[in-house]
Write a protein that binds this ligand. Sequence first.
Ligand SMILES: Cc1cc2nc3c(=O)[nH]c(=O)nc-3n(C[C@H](O)[C@H](O)[C@H](O)COP(=O)(O)OP(=O)(O)OC[C@H]3O[C@@H](n4cnc5c(N)ncnc54)[C@H](O)[C@@H]3O)c2cc1C
Length: 424
Amino acid sequence: MSTNPYGIPDVLDVVVIGGGPAGATLAGLLARKNRNVLILERERFPRYHIGESLIPGFMRAMEELGMTERLEARGFEKKAGGTLLWGAGRIPWGFSFIEGTPYKHAYHVRRADLDSMLLDRARELGAHVLEEATVKDFIEENGRVTGVTYTVRGSEVPLHEVRTSLVIDASGQARVLGRKYATVNWHEDLRNVAIWTYFDNCHRLPGAERSNILTEGLSDGWFWAIPIGESTMSVGYVTTSDNAAANGSLEDMFSARREETTQVKELLRDATQAGGFRTARDWSYTCDRFYGPGWALVGDAAAFVDPLLSTGVTLATLAASALSGIVDTVLDHPEIEEKALERYATTYRRFFDEIRVFIGKFYDQSKNKEFYWDQAQQLADPERKFTPRVTFIQLASGLSGANPLFHIEIDDLIEEDAPTAARA
Ligand SMILES: Cc1cc2nc3c(=O)[nH]c(=O)nc-3n(C[C@H](O)[C@H](O)[C@H](O)COP(=O)(O)OP(=O)(O)OC[C@H]3O[C@@H](n4cnc5c(N)ncnc54)[C@H](O)[C@@H]3O)c2cc1C
């Protein structure tokens, strides 16, 4: 088998675009099954990324990737649950993950650290990883994507190319493949923007809530306060794009709204800002197609939902875990590719929609907590196996029951006498 100047084979089983949580999880799990996988990642890790508050669904995906002990040893802040100043009456309420799931905690992380650990794990399991490699375009043959072209920073070769049986787009909101082969549907009720920064010398919530994420609603938006170090917090404000446009400077808005908070202000009473402001347009969206001939989408490249429930990294890693099983089977049984990827897309979309629809209802701050719990039950537990409160916790943990996304059964698609063949 020939290799390119980086020691990577010219033909692979799978090429993954992007080495974030989705790409690293998918590539690591496929490499562990002895698949020849390449991650092409535009940046050199560690690189900054937002998305610092994790939920138990992520822990589930990390068990599969063999990361549980390493995450524990890394000393990330353990997140036991959430404290909310949310809904009618502005009365604080909260929950612990252990009340509704087998998990005592998830983590708050600096994403630069977490994402490097996951990319290293993919490498360790046998995935080829090429950093500072930016995917530029796709190679097509007879209507099928059969490879990608990419540049490498500092390389004298203007454009490299690699052939593969499947290309998986895990490029996050860049949506490299989705931009060409899918159409984005924006969710009109969740056209928001976020502005955030970091503070040192912060106070903590009291007692058992010490490591909770604090979510505090205001009349025109909400704040997050996430403890990511002993006294350091990530603090962000989310509001509608229309509201931001009508109010001028987002930084001025952040400062003015911070003064209107009760608990966030209290945590920051002796704090000093420890960095500049960052902003993101966090409009929620779903691609109209999650797969096509020779390709599939995963993580933010497929769909993104507002950060109100901190679900992004969990959706990305759970979907990557499910997709790894499907891709592994499809490589041996290419004849079931379309049906198998359709099953992946349907399951992923249902799981995603459950969370998205719930977040849409949760945004209505005129209701009380019992209303939100009931909404969670109607969506995620229509058979009422659990109490509404427990279902809310399961949903907010990324582990709700109605449409689970860990493993998708496709063995029934394989005909007993079908030939076994790998394309690459
Ligand atoms: C304001 C805000 C707050 C958030 N808060 C949370 C939170 O608290 N908890 C949570 O779980 N989630 C949160 N999220 C969501 C979270 O950031 C994402 O859901 C998560 O990072 C998705 O992971 P991913 O692997 O799909 O994509 P990413 O993490 O974005 O990784 C994609 C990778 O692809 C690479 N790439 C892009 N283009 C190319 C290319 N052409 N070639 C090669 N590589 C490429 C990028 O460099 C990147 O490393 C938040 C999002 C926003 C906007």
